[in-house]
Design a protein around this ligand. Sequence first.
Ligand SMILES: [Zn+2]
Ligand SMILES: [Zn+2]
Length: 345
Amino acid sequence: MNRLRAFLALAVVFAGCYTHPGATPAGGPAQTEGVRFEVPDWSGRWYKGNTHTHTTESDGDSSPEYVARWYKDHGYDFLVLSDHNVYTDPASLSHLADSTFLLIAGEELTSSYEGAPVHVNGLNIPHVLAAERASSLVETIQANVDAVRNVDGVPHINHPNFQWAFSVEELRQIENDRLLEIWNGHPTVHNAGGGGTPSLIEVWDMLLTGGKRIYGIAVDDAHHFQGEFTADRANPGRGWIAVRSRERTADALMEALEAGYFYASTGVSLDDVVVTANRLEIHIEPDRDFRYHTLFYGSGGRLLGESGANPATYELTRDVGYVRAEVTSSRSDRAWTQPVFVVGR
Ligand SMILES: [Zn+2]
Ligand SMILES: [Zn+2]
């Protein structure tokens, strides 16, 4: 494999040598034979949602009714109420559900191992689940993921850097998980890492580079709906996902989520993500006179390209493992698309 790669790299260099600047090499752009994107089989429209928020059923400051109404009134298509070890039956709030808004059952399974918090959300679960404890940090995370899987729910692993609980070493050992919080709106969860500890985005790239298929979600983890909205309070509206789904049902949304048919955002909306065999296009939804800068990353967290255009495009010409896009607005809001994997190596 390495010999083949070296040969192909040389071939590209030679193609460059024998082509004068500006000319297109015979047969189009230099392309490693057989390398292409795995094209997602998605359809439907985007549904905006938040999968992590709290109410007075645990340590939030507002009732489930108030919280659900807040999201509905702010244009969300779906919401998961995820209180600590408490289950709120969506049927109790069925008067809020209509053709524009869906409540999906959930819970934040809240456990710990030797003081390290282990919080795993269970989405689309049928009843309350007991948070699990086990004999190691990895086993404790795994036991909570398994508890959610056992009832056909969808797990997501929350805020690894909260109290610096765990990182890539533990996460790469977990099985049957597809979703990781790469951004959480709570003020003390250390999304950016620090003091030598990687950011959640770096952790994500490390897991992807190691071959783990894991998708990055952004969430509010909101607790504070009353009083002032400030950076030091856990207010709503900060982190969300938009899921491409055929319909607004819990099952369809969960299936799309676990397939990676979504993007995560702190404020940038996308009109479309187009994937062909050798091209990734990011179509950004314009907002007032904001401008956008898109970076494309691949295996090893390497920067592969950048664009100030809309759509922003990346042409696949070699084996880069995977490609994901990160869009930043002139207000510093972000959107992260899910990795598109390179196949045919
Ligand atoms: Zn938590
Ligand atoms: Zn939480």
